[in-house]
Design a protein around this ligand. Structure first.
Ligand code: SF4
Length: 350
């Protein structure tokens, strides 16, 4: 199916699957990305974001600095998305204190933070299990985990593009532990590096199996590799057609994961509007600030407000729906602030 099916046929089938779940609705949220630190003990070859601790551009935000980043957006956003590098000194309690302070200051803002490899890193630095780390973080205010760091869940590929990162089974196990504790998570796929089509299918199969076991994945976010300032010259770099193909196949294959995202920070607004007609039902959020994709070459604007996003969705003939982090609160949003609460024909989560 990956290569043989026509793109028009695949996109139409994926769109049918999406419509059977969500009709003409496309989700977005009002969120802000804040990166905690770009200092990282690893050096994944696809990563343009990380810096060594002595690099002149290295930074590590204090809780006060983190909170001051949120402050200007605090009246509009309902989610902060916070990921970063593997800081050589930080442990679970640094993040627990940060989340506690953020919740104290902004009790209504949902904290989506820490990829699986960050959880593994800070648990190890604290001498506790990843599950215990997640429990402490949950008690401190963590609401959900993003899906970053899945890359391709085939260890031979990981060994080439992100040696030292958690193994495929560790990524899945940490997400499974989060689900057991009631922490919803997203999952991702970074494609277009050195993986084969078979590797991509293995990746989707593993996510599907994990979802059958633990059921807490909310959204799958497939995104292509962006090459600027990275160290992966042999990467295959997918075409626009291939990106839409992967998104459509993801929607068709991942029948037990409720949402598929067109990550506009990575693929851009034009391709994102095609993606939401080809299986994706979510166009991400207002974002406010973004470093990871922009360091790697993204030129996508980060200053969109909810009207801009709603207009983007409406340009495809669909209806924009503003959501919270876990899609439990949804309202149809029309540009210029017209909203009405929505009883969606949403497929069951997980
Ligand atoms: S992808 Fe994450 S773990 Fe890998 S080098 Fe970049 S910041 Fe570090």
């Amino acid at each position: 199916m990956h290569n043989e099916a026509t793109i028009s046929g695949l996109a139409a089938l994926a769109d049918m699957v999406k419509r059977s779940r969500f009709g003409n609705h496309v989700f977005f949220n009002e969120n802000l990305h804040v990166n905690t630190t770009n200092i990282c003990t690893l050096a994944c070859r696809f990563c343009a974001f990380r810096r060594g601790s002595r690099h002149h551009e290295a930074y590590a935000l204090t809780p006060k600095e983190f909170i001051s980043r949120i402050e200007p957006f605090s009246n509009t956003i309902d989610e902060v998305h916070a990921v970063g590098g593997l800081h050589p000194q930080w442990n679970v309690y640094d993040y627990a204190n940060l989340f506690h302070d953020v919740k104290l200051r902004f009790p209504k803002i949902s904290i989506k933070s820490l990829t699986a490899v960050e959880v593994k890193h800070i648990a190890k630095r604290s001498g506790i299990s990843t599950k215990e780390a997640l429990r402490i973080l949950l008690d401190s205010g963590l609401d959900s985990l993003p899906g970053g760091g899945a890359e391709i869940l085939v260890d031979s590929v990981r060994n080439r593009i992100c040696r030292g990162k958690e193994l495929s089974r560790e990524y899945l196990a940490i997400h499974g532990e989060a689900h057991e504790l009631g922490i919803p998570t997203n999952c991702t796929m970074l494609f277009g590096t050195v993986e084969t089509v078979k590797d991509r299918m293995t990746h989707l199969d593993l996510l599907r199996e994990q979802q059958d076991k633990s059921g807490g994945f909310l959204c799958f976010v497939p995104y292509p590799f962006l090459p600027d300032r990275t160290r992966l010259p042999e990467a295959t770099l997918p075409s626009s057609e291939e990106i839409i193909r992967v998104i459509a196949i993801s929607r068709i294959m991942l029948d037990n994961i409720p949402h598929v995202k067109a990550y506009r920070m990575n693929i851009g607004d034009d391709l994102a509007t095609i993606a939401i007609k080809s299986g994706a039902d979510d166009i991400d959020g207002t974002v406010g600030h973004e470093e990871i994709m922009h360091e790697a070459g993204s030129k996508v604007r980060t200053d969109y407000n909810r009207d801009d996003i709603a207009r983007l969705v409406e340009s495809t003939g669909q209806i924009a729906v503003k959501r919270n982090t876990d899609y439990t609160n949804t309202v149809v949003y029309r540009p210029n602030g017209h909203i009405h609460r929505l009883a969606l024909p949403i497929a069951e989560q997980g």
